[in-house]
Design a protein around this ligand. Structure first.
Ligand code: AHR
Length: 510
C-alpha cells in the first residue's frame, strides 16, 4: 500500500491555506557570473520520431517544409532560441558511421537502429542536413562522435570533413554540395562509454579519450571544444578518474541524469497520483547534490576552473505511451514536466561557474520533448513553455536570491524545497525572476525584497493548468498555455505576487 506523502516543516509560514514566502533579490551583488545560454541546450537523436517526422520530413513531403525541415517545428525552435543542439545520439552515436549519411541519398546505406526499436535508418538525415539546420537557425552544433564502434581515423576525418577549408575531405564536402566549412564548436568524444558507448571502465576510457581527442584537430579558425564522456548520475569515481588522467586534454566533462526512480517501473507520463507526482519532483532535484558533488571533485583537480561540466542529457523518462514502439521513447508531457523543467533550470543557475551546458532529452517526440508531432500536427509541450519563458536568463548576469521556504518529503524519503526561484539581470538592465510552486494544494504568495531597488513595474507570465496531469493534445485546444500573471500587487511600497498551486512563472522587474 502506498504511504501517504509526508510533509514536514512545510513552509516558512502558512496563512489560511496559502503559503507565504519572502524572496530576497540581491540586485546589488557584484562579481556574479553570466548564465550561459547553453544551459537551455537541446538534444536530438536518431531515435523514434525525433529526427524523421519530428524535424526532417524531406523536401517532397506533403507536410509543409523548408528544404525538408518541417516548417512548424522550425518556427517553434526559433521562438525557443535554441542555443545548442546535440546530435546524432545518445546510444545511436556509437553505432553511427558518418560516411553513411553523406552523398546522394539513393546511395546511402539502410541500417537497423539496434538501440532504438530496430527501425530501419535510411541515413537521409546526415551531416549536411544537421549542420545546415544549425546554421539556418543560429544554433551551435554539438557533434557526439562514435568511440564505441568507430575508429580514431573515422572521427578525425569527420572533424576534417566538417571544418577543414581545404584538403581531400574538404573536396569531398564540396562535391557533396558544401564548399565552405561549417563552424563546429562542441565535439563529444563518445557517449555513455560506461554503457552503450563501449562498456568501458573510467580508467580504460580515459586513455581511449586522449587518443581520439588528440587526432580531432582544429582546422582553419575552427576551434573545437572537446567533451569527454562523464558519469552516470552520482558516479563520482568516474569524474575523479577522468579528471586525474585526462583533464589536460579536455575542455569539458559531461554527466547524465534522468529523473527516474525505478527503471523497471517508470510510471505513466499522464496518469499519476499526488504521491507519484512528488516522487518525480523529489527525484529530479537530486541533480542539485549531484552537480555540487561533481563540481567539488572538479574544483579539487582543476582549481583554475578551466574544464567545464556539461549535463548533456537530463529530463523525465516515463513508460512509453500505449500503442507506441517501446523502443521509441515517446511520452506525453504534462504540467508536472513543466515543474520539473523549472526546478532544474533554477538549480542550474546556481552552478554556472562550472556548469556551462545542459541538454534536455530530447527536442522532439522523445522523452521530455519540447514539441510533439503526429503526422502533420504539432503541439508545444508544457516543457516548451518553461524553456521559452525562462530563456530570459540566457546570457544574463545571475542575481543571487534567498528565500525562506520549508521542505517536503516524498514517499520515497527524499526531501526537497517547497519552492524554487532564480534571478538574473539582462543587458538592458531588466531583472527577471523565475519561480516554481510545486505544491499541489496551496497557492504561494511571494513578497519581493530588494537590496535597494524600488521597482516601478513588476509584470509576469504564469504557466498553470486545471489539473497537474493536463497536457496539450493533437486536435484539441491547448490545456497548458502561458498567460499573463495577474495576481501582482503593490502595497506600502512592497510588491507581492501569488502563484497558483503547481505553477511556474517569470517576473520582469524594472
Ligand atoms: O536519451 C535516450 C538515451 O539515454 C540516450 O541514447 C543515451 O545516451 C541515454 O542512456
Amino acid at each position: 500500500m502506498k504511504k501517504l506523502l509526508t510533509i514536514i516543516a512545510l513552509l516558512g509560514a502558512c496563512v489560511a491555506g496559502m503559503a507565504q514566502i519572502k524572496l530576497s533579490v540581491h540586485e546589488s551583488a557584484t562579481g556574479e557570473p553570466e548564465i550561459p545560454a547553453e544551459i537551455f541546450g537541446q538534444f536530438s537523436e536518431h531515435l523514434g520520431r525525433c529526427i524523421y517526422e519530428g524535424i526532417w520530413v524531406g523536401p517532397d513531403s506533403s507536410i509543409p517544409n523548408v528544404n525538408g525541415y518541417r516548417t512548424d517545428v522550425l518556427e517553434a525552435f526559433k521562438a525557443l532560441k535554441v542555443p545548442v543542439l546535440r546530435w546524432p545520439g545518445g546510444c545511436f552515436a556509437d553505432e553511427y558511421h558518418w560516411m553513411d549519411g553523406i552523398g546522394p541519398k539513393e546511395n546511402r546505406p539502410k541500417l537497423v537502429n539496434n538501440n532504438w526499436g530496430g527501425t530501419v535508418e535510411d541515413n537521409s538525415f546526415g551531416t549536411h542536413e544537421f549542420l545546415n539546420l544549425c546554421e539556418m537557425l543560429g544554433i551551435e552544433p554539438y557533434i557526439s562522435a562514435n568511440v564505441g564502434s568507430g575508429t580514431v581515423e573515422e572521427m578525425a576525418k569527420w572533424v576534417e570533413y566538417m571544418t577543414a577549408p581545404n584538403g581531400s575531405m574538404a573536396e569531398l564536402r564540396a562535391k557533396n554540395g558544401r564548399k565552405e566549412p561549417w563552424k563546429v564548436k562542441y565535439l563529444g568524444v563518445g557517449n555513455e562509454t560506461w554503457g552503450c558507448g563501449g562498456d568501458m571502465t573510467a580508467q580504460y576510457y580515459s586513455d581511449v579519450y586522449k587518443r581520439y581527442a588528440l587526432y580531432s584537430r582544429n582546422y582553419g579558425d575552427n576551434k573545437l571544444f572537446k567533451v569527454a564522456c562523464g558519469a552516470s548520475g552520482g558516479d563520482y569515481d568516474w569524474t575523479r578518474t577522468m579528471m586525474k588522467n585526462a583533464k589536460r586534454q579536455m575542455d569539458g566533462l559531461s554527466v547524465h541524469f534522468y529523473s527516474v526512480e525505478v527503471w523497471e517501473q517508470k510510471g505513466s507520463a499522464t496518469v499519476f497520483t499526488p504521491a507519484e507526482y512528488y516522487n518525480i519532483l523529489a527525484k529530479t532535484v537530486e541533480i542539485d547534490e549531484i552537480l555540487r558533488n561533481h563540481i567539488a571533485i572538479m574544483d579539487a583537480y582543476d582549481p583554475e576552473n578551466r574544464v567545464a561540466l556539461l549535463l548533456d542529457e537530463w529530463g523525465t523518462w516515463y513508460d512509453v505511451e500505449p500503442g507506441h514502439n517501446p523502443g521509441h521513447l515517446f511520452q506525453q508531457n504534462t504540467m508536472r514536466d513543466a515543474i520539473v523543467a523549472a526546478l532544474n533550470i533554477n538549480i542550474f543557475t546556481k552552478y554556472v561557474q562550472r556548469l556551462k551546458m545542459a541538454n534536455i532529452a530530447q527536442i522532439v517526440n522523445v522523452l521530455q520533448a519540447m514539441v510533439l508531432t503526429n503526422g502533420p500536427e504539432m503541439v508545444l509541450t508544457p516543457t516548451y513553455h518553461v524553456f521559452r519563458m525562462f530563456s530570459v536568463h540566457q546570457n544574463a548576469t545571475r542575481v543571487p536570491v534567498e528565500y525562506n521556504a520549508g521542505t517536503l518529503m516524498s514517499e520515497t524519503g527524499r526531501v526537497m524545497e517547497s519552492f524554487s526561484a532564480a534571478s538574473s539581470r539582462d543587458a538592458a538592465g531588466a531583472i527577471h525572476v523565475t519561480l516554481a510552486n510545486p505544491l499541489l494544494d496551496k497557492p504561494v504568495t511571494v513578497e519581493l525584497a530588494f537590496d535597494s531597488l524600488k521597482p516601478k513595474t513588476v509584470t509576469g507570465e504564469v504557466l498553470k493548468a486545471a489539473k497537474v496531469n493536463a497536457y496539450n493534445d493533437f486536435g484539441k485546444a491547448p490545456a497548458v498555455a502561458p498567460a499573463v500573471l495577474k495576481d501582482i500587487k503593490k502595497s506600502g511600497g512592497v510588491w507581492k505576487v501569488t502563484l497558483p498551486p503547481a505553477s511556474v512563472a517569470v517576473l520582469e522587474i524594472k
